[in-house]
Design a protein around this ligand. Structure first.
Ligand SMILES: [Zn+2]
Length: 140
C-alpha cells in the first residue's frame, strides 16, 4: 500500500486532483489511519489559510459521523443502530489517536475533559441499550 503525502492531500482539499485520483485517495483514507492523519493535518493547515476549503460533501459528512455528538434519548431502533456505528467508529478513532486530531480541527466541537467523560458514559449507555435490544430479539 503506498501512502500519500501532505502535499497530495492539500491538492485533494483544494480540488485540484483528477476525479479518479480523488476517489483513490478517499478509498485509501478509509482504510489508512496514517493518511487520515495527513489529511487532517493538511485540512488544518488549509483552514488556517482562509475560507477556500473544498472537500466533497460526502466525505465531510462521513468525518462528522465519526465525531461523537451528544444527543437526546433516542426513541427509534434505527437511530440506535446508527449510534452503535458511531460508537464503534469513535472507539476505533480513540484507539488510533485520530480522535484527538479530529477534535482539534473542529473548533465548534472542541471537548473539555468533562465532556469527554460524559461521552464515554454515553457510549457505555448506548452499548447497554443495544444489548437489551439483542436480548429482546432473541426472546421473540
Ligand atoms: Zn496511507
Amino acid at each position: 500500500m503506498s501512502h500519500h503525502n501532505k502535499e497530495t492531500w492539500l491538492k485533494y482539499i483544494n480540488n485540484t486532483l483528477p476525479e479518479n485520483e480523488r476517489e483513490n485517495l478517499e478509498q485509501h483514507m478509509y482504510s489508512c489511519d496514517l493518511c487520515l492523519e495527513h489529511y487532517l493535518e493538511a485540512l488544518e493547515k488549509q483552514s488556517n489559510h482562509g475560507p477556500q476549503l473544498q472537500v466533497s460533501a460526502e466525505w465531510t459528512e462521513s468525518i462528522l459521523l465519526k465525531v461523537p455528538v451528544k444527543r437526546k434519548q433516542p426513541s427509534q431502533k434505527q437511530q440506535l443502530i446508527h449510534y452503535a456505528i458511531a460508537a464503534v467508529a469513535t472507539i476505533i478513532l480513540m484507539a488510533s489517536g485520530a480522535f484527538q486530531a479530529v477534535v482539534s480541527i473542529v473548533p465548534t466541537k472542541q471537548l473539555d475533559y468533562e465532556e469527554e467523560v460524559s461521552i464515554s458514559k454515553s457510549l457505555i449507555e448506548q452499548i447497554s441499550i443495544l444489548r437489551i435490544i439483542e436480548k429482546n430479539k432473541e426472546g421473540q
